[in-house]
Ligand binder design. Structure first.
Ligand SMILES: [Zn+2]
Length: 205
């Protein structure tokens, strides 16, 4: 079954975080990988071209041969998640997490001809597309300067950037994770208050 790349799946706020979040409930027995079918990498890249257009300066992502780039993409994804998840939990980057992360990024940047970081064209000239794996590495490296805004959603464990003015965002997506958590709390309260009859009633909603 193909993945529907909905706006919710781009709640991370940055290409590298949305990519890290393609593993759902990471570390949990019920978790799964939306890139298990590597063809999804190309479909994700297409959706991300629109959802991450601001970050990318309007440059589209190209992933014409997802099976060829899959090993590098997954290596960057896993190294990004490990380094930044640990950093949020522990309150700082473990220097020992950096070499695998930097090597994963370097492997796709080596020999490239893109020019990044210019005003208005952060990922290079939008007249042509950029290779997805190159953009992913650039986005992942940019996270090193975003640590103070990085959060882990307490409901789904996704990584996301909190860009709220007072840095108070709790959920990756209030409409999804915030509401699910609220519904669960409500359900537990009804059970505690009214026993099984109340539980059945809530189940039927
Ligand atoms: Zn969430």
């Amino acid at each position: 079954m193909t993945v529907s790349w909905t706006p919710h799946r781009f709640s991370g706020g940055l290409l590298a975080l949305d990519t890290a979040n393609t593993v759902v409930m990471r570390g949990d027995a019920a978790g799964f990988d939306r890139f298990a079918d590597v063809a999804e990498i190309a479909r994700f890249a297409e959706a991300a071209s629109a959802f991450r257009a601001t970050e990318l300066g309007g440059r589209r992502l190209a992933a014409p041969q997802p099976e060829r780039i899959a090993p590098a993409v997954l290596e960057i994804r896993e190294a990004t998640d490990r380094l930044f998840r640990n950093a949020v939990v522990a309150g700082g980057i473990a220097t020992d997490d950096m070499p695998p992360f930097l090597r994963a990024c370097a492997s796709v940047l080596s020999g490239g001809t893109d020019r990044i970081g210019a005003a208005g064209t952060p990922f290079g000239d939008p007249a042509t597309p950029i290779a997805f794996e190159v953009a992913l590495a650039v986005s992942a490296l940019s996270l090193l300067g975003e640590l103070s805004r990085l959060r882990i959603c307490p409901n789904c464990r996704w990584l996301f950037l909190d860009r709220s003015r007072n840095a108070s965002r709790v959920w990756c997506d209030m409409a999804v994770c915030g509401n699910r958590r609220k519904a669960r709390r409500h359900y537990r309260r009804r059970i505690a208050a009214g026993g099984k009859a109340a539980a059945r009633e809530v189940d039927n909603v």
